[in-house]
Design a binder for this molecule. Structure first.
Ligand SMILES: [Zn+2]
Length: 301
């Protein structure tokens, strides 16, 4: 089967999915947050020129119910609403908040987050017990070392439960004290059964991320912001990226960073479709896997 023409706008995504023959997108990387936290995140992006050296106009700055409806209109069938703390004592609260959000929101799967603190196994274990299907870890924003011994029981319980960790551990868009694929690679080496989704495909160290995927069978890449015109300006993909995905095609999952993206959602879908078009060995099969089948399996939807 041929790859349908990539969507030209958000209104065109539904047509693309129908032609591809998938019931919808399963997006492993979406953000919903308590209102006061979200307002701070958006205020931070408003100062992106100071923080990142470039403008970052948030595309979907709308009230929460409208954002949920926007995802539905885009053909997103299920999504992981991801939350993450920037300081201790916050992960439990965010994890409890997102459980409530997921319970009340069609399509949202329950998630959790963590921070190196004495009670991490306690609240994370409770969240997994209650059905959390993904855990967000943000090494740069959290400013913690993922090898912190306080996190050992957390990684262990997630490996045992088979709950994937969506981890932002790359140096992009800005490096942190403990970012780097080598740092998180040490966690994976210690917990080789851990299911890991490398957010942003390890941006900008895409090849190091691919290397981890090759070395550990539980490691996946998400497409979040990868290859969009915006990201290509500061973290360009290797020219042979589609060819490099062939061997790991079943371990690529769609992610978007909705709503905090500086371009329409359709651009991410179109970017992934362009990879499929660039190499016949990817094609429509890769797209159906990355947009739907593999993330659906990973999140248990
Ligand atoms: Zn994100």
């Amino acid at each position: 089967m041929t790859v349908p023409a990539p969507p030209e706008s958000d209104d065109d995504v539904a047509r693309f999915l129908t032609e591809l023959g998938v019931p919808g997108i399963v997006d492993v990387h979406v953000h919903f947050l308590p209102e006061p936290v979200l307002r701070k995140v958006w205020a931070y992006f408003d100062q992106a020129r100071t923080h990142y050296g470039l403008d970052w106009p948030i595309q979907y700055r709308t009230p929460e119910p409208e954002r949920v409806a926007t995802l539905g209109g885009l053909g997103v069938q299920a999504f992981a609403p991801l939350v993450y703390p920037h300081k201790p004592g916050m992960a439990r609260w965010l994890t409890e908040w997102v459980a409530g959000f997921a319970a009340a929101t069609p399509g949202a799967v329950p998630t959790a987050t963590l921070y190196p603190e004495p009670d991490v196994a306690d609240y994370l274990g409770a969240a997994v017990e209650a059905g959390a299907r993904a855990v967000k870890v943000h090494v740069q924003v959290g400013k913690f070392d993922p090898r912190d011994p306080l996190l050992r029981p957390a990684w262990g319980l997630l490996a045992d439960a088979g709950v994937p960790v969506v981890v932002h551990c790359g140096h992009g868009p800005i490096p942190g004290a403990h970012t780097g694929l080598d740092v998180f690679g040490a966690v994976v080496a210690e917990h080789p059964r851990l299911r890991v989704v490398l957010a942003h495909a390890g941006m900008p160290d895409y090849l190091d991320a691919l290397d981890l995927v090759h070395r550990f069978e539980g490691v996946y890449l998400d497409t979040t912001m990868v290859g969009t015109a915006f990201s290509q300006k500061f973290a360009p993909l290797p020219a042979d990226w589609p060819a490099r995905l062939v061997e790991v095609a079943e371990r690529v999952v769609f992610g978007s960073d909705f709503p905090n993206i500086p371009y329409p959602y359709a651009e991410q879908v179109a970017t992934v479709a362009e990879w499929a078009l660039a190499d016949d060995r990817l094609g429509a099969g890769f797209l159906r896997s990355a947009l739907h089948r593999t993330p659906a399996r990973l999140l248990g939807v």
